[in-house]
Unconditional design. Structure first.
Length: 195
């Protein structure tokens, strides 16, 4: 008597399924058993854990351009909302005194020029409609770098916050570009909107 092909396959799968589980679970060692097979694993299990940064006398310097394990920069939103400028004015511009970079130029023209204009005079296409402030006034020049950084991060009045779009050192790039606009040393934009 000849069996049908599907019947033979079903019988083989049943036999394989019944024996495969026993083979796998009964003869293959578990991970805990393997720790004692390799000698140096066994020694590692018994070693004391070392936590070098638990002590306060060991410095934890954050590498520039990275996010520290503590979660990044502090948040001073609550102070900013009530016009407490203490934290903003304490910020130190790590790029102070350096010339503006193409990154700062690009970021300014992407996010700021639409309101503050190509030269910072507050005459951008949207700025005229919204009464954007000129960045070239004596009052704007007197603002601290930290204040400008905070304005980019949190916004103020009709100016929206750009903290989610422009991060960390790139905000300082914008501050340096604004300072260069204020000093009048930025080259004029190319005719026909070349920036």
């Amino acid at each position: 008597m000849r069996r049908s092909r599907p019947g033979v396959i079903a019988a083989m799968l049943t036999l394989l399924g019944a024996t495969a589980c026993d083979f796998y679970y009964n003869t293959i060692p578990g991970p805990d058993d393997l720790m004692h097979v390799v000698p140096w694993f066994d020694a590692m299990i018994q070693q004391p854990a070392v936590f070098p940064y638990e002590r306060a006398d060991i410095p934890r310097n954050t590498v520039p351009g990275t996010v520290p394990v503590s979660g990044g920069e502090a948040d001073w939103t609550a102070e900013w909302r009530v016009l407490n400028l203490a934290t903003a004015d304490r910020l130190v511009n790590p790029l102070a005194g350096q010339p503006a970079t193409p990154v700062g130029d690009s970021l300014y023209h992407t996010f700021c020029a639409v309101c503050h204009g190509q030269t910072g005079a507050g005459d951008g296409k949207v700025g005229v409609q919204m009464a954007a402030l000129s960045l070239l006034t004596d009052r704007a020049r007197a603002l601290s770098d930290g204040y400008l950084y905070s304005i980019v991060r949190y916004g103020r009045g009709v100016m929206p916050r750009y903290g989610e779009k422009v991060h960390g050192v790139k905000r300082w790039e914008i501050v340096n570009y604004v300072r260069q606009l204020q000093s009048g040393t930025v080259a004029a934009a190319a005719p026909g909107g070349g920036n």
